[in-house]
Design a protein around this ligand. Structure first.
Ligand code: COA
Length: 161
């Protein structure tokens, strides 16, 4: 298990553990992703393949009973990374967990020499857009029509590490 040190942002001691994903977390993480993203969620098969490729940059929040959130970044050999997933279970939002996961994965990516992180976000997802802006991501260009196919418009946001 890889425990990830908290960023020095005054995170309260009583927050659940943020740690590196383990194989045994994948079922719960897939169910969490499906509950959040529905038809756009990842299957267990895809999660397993992400785990095989990107487990160094795949973190979960674990309260000792349940997985309450996860973040996952995929990195190319040229040092560009993409946030492939971020989600907090509905009843644990607005407690700083999403920010904590993002700070944690950005620290890991930086330590591994990643220089650029991109992500895509739905234009109506003000919560996530505000979070990313507060973490110094900036929007690249305007709204990208049909980024994820018909009706899947997205903003692409970028941060250099
Ligand atoms: C986006 C998400 C991960 C944020 O997680 P969270 O744990 O609730 O967020 P945090 O408590 O860490 O809040 C971080 C920041 O998000 C923004 N934020 C959080 N809740 C918000 C709300 N209701 N309205 C507007 N902004 C909000 C704020 O900028 C907040 O900063 P602050 O703590 O300085 O106020 C969570 O809402 C979620 O899982 N949403 C569904 C999945 C999703 O949209 N994932 C991102 C796909 S691109």
């Amino acid at each position: 298990m890889t425990a990830v040190p908290d960023a020095p942002t005054g995170v309260p001691e009583d927050l659940p553990l943020m740690r590196g994903v383990e194989l045994s977390d994948l079922e719960a993480t897939t169910l969490l992703d499906q509950a959040i993203f529905g038809r756009d969620s990842y299957s267990y098969t895809v999660m397993r393949q992400f785990y095989d490729l990107y487990s160094r940059h795949f973190l979960v929040v674990d309260d000792g009973k349940d997985i309450q959130g996860y973040v996952l970044a995929g990195t190319a050999v040229d040092g560009r990374s993409c946030v492939l997933g971020l989600g907090i279970t509905q009843d644990r939002r607005k407690r700083g967990l999403g920010r904590r996961l993002m700070l944690g994965v950005l620290d890991l990516l930086r330590a591994d020499g990643v220089h650029t992180v991109r992500l895509s976000v739905a234009p109506e997802n003000d919560t996530a857009i505000d979070l990313y802006k507060s973490l110094d991501f900036t929007t690249e260009g305007g709204l990208q029509k049909d980024y994820f196919g018909p009706g899947g418009d997205r903003y692409v946001m970028l941060r250099r590490l």
